[in-house]
Design a binder for this molecule. Structure first.
Ligand SMILES: *Cc1c(COP(=O)(O)O)cnc(C)c1O
Length: 380
């Protein structure tokens, strides 16, 4: 039996099933039905309701932040978080090319331009050393912030992403961003429950954004949340995402072009029931990660684990194969045998709309792009 064959049987054993094993499916084991029925009985299924408020309070608790704003999805959350951080049309925003498309798209929705800086091999997220090197070589610091010497444009924000729930090197990134007067926004879409030096991801930058899409660790069907410790920015976020309405007893007064990015109460109800189970999900996934770790260690495959001083949520678990040939064989064989696996994303600059963007050498991103494969990671 080859290593890939034993991997297939091992995964089927873990999920106690010989049928198709998906990559990640939601687990509804709590109050989901109860809360959903309550919203229907109350008629408050739409954009205001008690579960929206409760969801925001729960998110403030979980992320240890002062203000959470429920939004319609993670992408919209990142879009607004960037705007709140001061990103305006024509600015540049530094992010990683090794990410899901939403990260880059949310930058463009603000009329800004993504600049791709390499990731670290250990975290698979934005590298502080690569960021510093990029800025030293390409930027100049002025009174009001960092400017790209090649384009003359302001680099107003930096948007690292905690890949698959593995926290980036936050302290070092924050230090570089502070020196260069660049706002740091965390794309924490994948890292709900992950900790960096004991602190929740999403709470460490100026703003952080989570996703509650169906494939994430906790789902609201579709949804997102912006979190921040800056109470006035948080209030501005709530106002902007709810059509920029000025409070009034009956008049419609809007004094800015806002968005209808509200999370419906129906979705918030689902999210609340799911958030109640977050700790169980985290324990459950950590146990599976331990099983995978020892199995793959015994079989000579590199299973990716959390880095020192961090606690990953193990949202999507992954292995690092020797090279692209090995990776392709692994993908082929597992998928042909009912175990769903998937390669990491294509780097953003491979896609036509981001092909022209400025980038650094990308050695690590390209190394990982050829080797990382996600394996089934659902709660069992
Ligand atoms: C899922 C995800 C998003 C966007 O979330 P949606 O809720 O699907 O809009 C953004 N960034 C990353 C890295 C993601 O994985």
């Amino acid at each position: 039996m080859t290593v890939i064959d034993s991997t297939i049987s091992f995964i089927k054993e873990q999920y106690k099933s010989q049928n198709f094993i998906p990559l990640h499916v939601p687990h509804f084991g709590g109050n989901e039905k109860k809360y959903l029925l309550e919203t229907i009985d109350s008629t408050f299924v739409s954009s205001v309701g008690a579960y929206v408020d409760q969801f925001e309070i729960m998110m403030q608790g979980i992320t240890q932040t002062q203000k959470a704003v429920a939004v319609v999805n993670g992408t919209a959350g990142i879009q607004v978080a960037l705007r709140l951080a001061g990103v305006v049309k024509g600015d540049e925003v530094i992010t990683q090319a090794l990410t899901f498309i939403a990260t880059a798209n949310a930058i463009v929705y603000n009329g800004a331009i993504p600049v791709f800086v390499d990731v670290d091999l250990d975290t698979m997220g934005l590298s502080p050393t690569a960021l510093e090197q990029f800025l030293v070589e390409n930027a100049e610091l002025r009174e009001d912030g960092a400017y790209n010497k090649n384009t003359g444009k302001k680099i107003s924000a930096c948007l690292p992403m905690h890949t698959f729930g593995f926290p980036v090197h936050m302290d070092a990134l924050l230090a570089v961003c502070t020196t260069w007067k660049i706002a740091l926004i965390e794309d924490a879409a994948e890292s709900l429950g992950s900790l960096y030096k004991g602190k929740p991801t999403g709470s460490l930058g100026k703003l952080g954004v989570f996703s509650f899409n169906g494939n994430k660790i906790v789902t609201s069907g579709g949804g997102g949340a912006i979190v921040t410790n800056d109470v006035s920015l948080g209030a501005k976020g709530k106002y902007l995402t709810t059509t920029a309405k000025v409070p009034h007893a009956y008049e419609f007064v809007h004094d800015e072009v806002g968005y209808n990015f509200r999370m419906p109460n129906l979705n918030a109800a689902l999210a609340c029931a799911q958030l109640e189970q977050l700790d169980n999900f985290l324990d459950n996934k950590r146990k599976l990660a331990k099983e995978y770790e020892s199995f793959f260690a015994a079989n000579g495959i590199n299973f990716r684990t959390e880095t020192p001083e961090t606690k990953a949520n193990y949202w999507l678990m992954c292995v690092e194969l020797e090279n692209k040939v090995e990776r392709d064989l692994f993908l082929e064989t597992t998928n042909a045998n009912g175990v769903m696996t998937r390669p990491i994303w294509q780097l953003m600059y491979r896609l036509p709309m981001y092909a022209h963007c400025q980038k650094d050498a990308q050695h690590n991103a390209e190394f990982l792009e050829e080797r990382i494969v996600n394996i089934p990671s659902s709660v069992r």
